[in-house]
Design a protein around this ligand. Structure first.
Ligand SMILES: CC(C)(COP(=O)(O)OP(=O)(O)OC[C@H]1O[C@@H](n2cnc3c(N)ncnc32)[C@H](O)[C@@H]1OP(=O)(O)O)[C@@H](O)C(=O)NCCC(=O)NCCS
Length: 156
């Protein structure tokens, strides 16, 4: 990366850059209204990784909920120009770090069975496949339900 990138909460000003990524990576992308709703939810976090020079280039983002004693990662995406640099891992670990700080018990997510890159990314970060959710997606595809426990046995 030419300039340094840092993570901060997303604002509505980031939506065009977020949507550019979202629309290029998902068959059924979230809309601006969906992202706005997430930004406003008190239990949701929408974080973007932006360049320190202009703070406007969005290399990727993560959306996660922290409710009760769990963290649910709903969306992790990296701009195609910035893949393979560890950004997806960094964004996923940020959600885990938030959950650790809040002393939550586990972090979980759903991912398409066919999304090999994402499954490998989550496994590398420390998630395991707990079970399959049959026909979880609109096109009938199954999801892997992946989990990371944050209790002691996971860390020692
Ligand atoms: C999945 C995604 C977030 C990965 O982002 P990234 O920044 O390129 O990932 P990283 O550079 O942090 O890679 C971390 C690990 O993930 C795995 N990985 C990432 N891309 C991969 C690919 N194309 N094929 C296989 N494994 C891959 C590897 O294990 C990699 O570790 P390594 O570099 O030591 O081999 C990115 O490809 C993306 O935005 N995809 C579209 C959106 C999406 O599918 N999100 C997940 C929805 S649940």
């Amino acid at each position: 990366m030419e300039s340094n990138f840092s993570i901060r909460p997303a604002t509505e000003d980031d939506l065009p850059a977020i949507l550019e990524i979202e629309n290029s990576v998902y068959p059924i992308p979230w809309t601006a209204e969906q992202f706005k709703a997430e930004i406003e939810k008190p239990f949701a976090n929408v974080l973007v990784l932006t360049d320190d020079d202009t703070d406007q280039i969005v290399a990727g983002y993560v959306v996660f909920w922290m409710m009760f004693d769990e963290c649910h990662i709903l969306n992790v995406a990296v701009h195609p120009n910035w893949r393979g640099l560890g950004i997806g891992g960094k964004l996923t670990r940020i959600a885990v770090d938030f959950a650790l700080k809040k002393e939550l018990k586990r972090v979980f997510l759903e991912v398409r069975k066919s999304n090999e890159a994402a499954v490998k990314l989550y496994q590398k970060v420390g998630f395991f496949i707990d079970h399959i959710k049959p026909r979880f997606y609109d096109n009938g595809e199954d999801a892997y339900f992946m989990v990371m426990y944050l209790t002691r046995p996971n860390h020692f």
